[in-house]
Write a protein that binds this ligand. Structure first.
Ligand code: PEP
Ligand code: MG
Length: 576
């Protein structure tokens, strides 16, 4: 038995056989050719490019149908590689000069391109090496007349073990036959993680050694909640996890039974339980799990995987769609939160020593009103079609809020002059995720329509712990008394000024803390769709009075560990 620890990317437990999915190794020999073979070799190359183009267009059509236009657009970059004149001409001229088989020449040219791209200090171009690799292998496969090894050929239910999974691997996959993903690389927001969550299967990524330690048909236990993979477990471990798997099934049925009921406590206090989304396509999962609106729409994903900037019309169409789909519930659009760990090459932002403390989010938007206004105008225009609200990320004090609002006012005036409809009374909220904002929440509450607590950043800034650095992950403690006191202060300041206070950081989806947050008076929780039924179940099982007592006791404790074990004990009593 071997236990591997990685990054928990999508929750749940699955037990099953391993299926190693690797890139096929092509055996390409350096074959000398005769001058009369050249035309045929060029023809073979052209046919391989055409065939590859056909395959990609077909794949794009299927993905667009299954997952939406945006996912399908990822393959536009692949199509561009096939039309790259420089690459094609280099292959043909080397073929003529070196008189070697075209497959060999193409693989050499491809290698050179990949090497050059991977060395460039530009995240966008670096990412393009994956596209080059993906499309290059398709061309080679077609040149060599090989049948594609694909996840579409699976015959039985398996756990896919791979170094990494590309969008075209997962798109082609036979979805009913994949019960979990296990990969060597990737983080919580990698494509594999996002895909696993939308398929509702567990995933553990960033294991580093998965493909070197796991063989085909090894029995695996994937615990996507804890981020562990057990290889060939002993009887005792297997029995334990089988019981856990059953328990989880039973529990989730209990939660799912209340998913469409309101989140109201036994003594009648109703709170809002909404979802965090990154793409308009995520809405189907929100509806499926009983989300009462969108509490955080992370719009920066709009800017990813593309070279150009999204236009006002593109923003507008996406926001209008989300607003209409979620009616009569509200949708909170967070304005772009670029920088930190979300780098976009379109903006040529210089590398910084401390990116999380640097030129990011609202700071970037205030410095680039040209970019900011495109989004604000689109949000305003879409506000005529549903219950849209907007909120600014990373506000550190009242001046930034005032500056952002004055740009918003300019946009409103422009639209009014153009005769375009919008909701003039659109609510404007502030994310409270910087300690200075948390401490001056009483001042901000006078200017904001609502607060949304962003604990992911609030914890990293108040405890001085980089949220992406695994070496200090043990210090990243949501239950730290400093964090709890800040949350209490934010909620009290909001309520003293009669504004609504919600939370959209990951802490809102951790069942351990839900009773305490409820007791502190939080008005709304915005979380990952999958966690919604469980939260509704918890809220519907307690009285507000009980939860207030629990919050009071939790806040009297002096360490995060003490708070956590106290809260775990309380939640166990409720969940049984
Ligand atoms: C947060 O910081 O808590 C938050 C919700 O925003 P993000 O995770 O996108 O920074
Ligand atoms: Mg944040």
């Amino acid at each position: 038995m071997l236990k591997l620890k990685g990054i928990a990317a999508a929750p749940g437990i699955t037990i099953g056989p391993a299926y190693r999915f690797g890139k096929e190794e092509f055996d390409i020999v350096r074959e000398q050719i005769k001058p009369e073979d050249i035309p045929l070799q060029i023809q073979l190359f052209e046919e391989a490019l055409i065939q590859t183009r056909r395959e990609i267009l077909e794949l794009q059509k299927r993905i667009s149908f299954d997952m939406g236009q945006e996912e399908a657009q990822i393959f536009d970059a692949h199509l561009l590689v096939l039309e790259d004149r420089m690459l094609i001409e280099e292959v043909i001229s080397r073929l003529k000069k070196e008189m070697v088989g075209v497959a060999f020449i193409f693989s050499e040219v491809l290698k050179k391109y990949i090497e050059v791209f991977s060395k460039i200090e530009d995240d966008y171009l670096k990412e393009r090496t994956a596209d080059l690799n993906d499309v290059g292998r398709r061309v080679l496969r077609n040149l060599l007349g090989k049948k594609q090894k694909s996840l579409a050929d699976l015959q039985e239910k398996v756990i896919v073990v791979a170094h990494d999974l590309s969008p075209s691997d997962t798109a082609a996959m036979h979805k009913q036959l994949v019960s979990a993903f296990v990969t060597d690389i990737g983080g919580k927001t990698s494509h594999t993680a996002i895909m696993a969550k939308s398929l509702e299967i567990p995933a553990v990524v960033g294991l580093e050694m998965a493909t070197t330690r796991i063989k085909n048909n090894d029995l695996l236990i994937v615990d996507g909640t804890m981020g562990t993979v057990t290889v060939n477990p002993d009887e005792e471990t297997l029995t334990f996890y089988r019981q856990e798997e059953q328990k989880l099934k039973g529990i989730s049925e209990k939660f799912l039974a209340v998913k469409d009921l309101p989140a109201v406590t036994v003594d009648g206090k109703t709170v809002e339980v909404s979802a965090n989304i990154e793409l308009p396509e995520d809405i189907s999962s929100v509806k499926l799990h009983g989300g009462q609106g969108i509490g955080l729409y992370r719009t920066e994903f709009f800017y990813m995987n593309r070279k150009d900037l999204p236009t006002e019309e593109e923003h507008f169409q996406a926001y209008k769609y989300v607003a209409e789909q979620m009616n009569p519930y509200g949708v909170v659009i967070r304005t772009i939160d670029l920088g930190g760990d979300k780098f976009l090459s379109q903006f040529d932002i210089p590398k910084e020593m401390q990116p999380f403390l640097g030129w990011r989010a609202i700071r970037f938007c205030l410095a680039r009103p040209d970019v900011f206004k495109v989004q604000l105008r689109a949000i305003l225009r879409a506000s005529a079609f549903g219950k849209l609200k907007l909120m600014y990320p990373m506000i550190s004090g009242i001046e930034e809020l005032n500056q952002a609002n004055s740009i918003l006012k300019e946009c409103k005036e422009e639209l009014r002059n153009e005769g375009t409809a919008f909701n003039d009374a659109i609510e404007v909220g502030v994310m409270i995720e910087v300690p200075s904002a948390a401490i001056t929440a009483d001042l901000l509450a006078k200017e904001a329509d609502f607060f949304s607590i962003g604990t992911n950043d609030l914890i990293q800034y108040s405890l001085a712990v980089d949220r992406t650095n695994e070496k200090v992950a043990y210090l990243y403690e949501p239950a730290h008394p400093a964090v709890l006191r800040m949350i209490k202060n934010i909620i009290e300041a909001g309520h003293a000024n009669n504004i609504w206070v919600g939370m959209c950081g990951e802490m809102a989806s951790d069942a351990t803390f839900s009773l305490m947050l409820l007791g502190l008076g939080l008005d709304g929780f915005s979380l990952n769709s999958l966690a919604i039924p469980q939260l509704k179940y918890i809220i519907r099982s307690v009285t507000l009075e009980e939860s207030k007592k629990i919050a009071k006791e939790a806040l009297s404790l002096s360490t995060a560990k003490a708070v956590e074990s106290f809260m775990e004990q309380k939640i166990k009593e409720i969940l049984g």
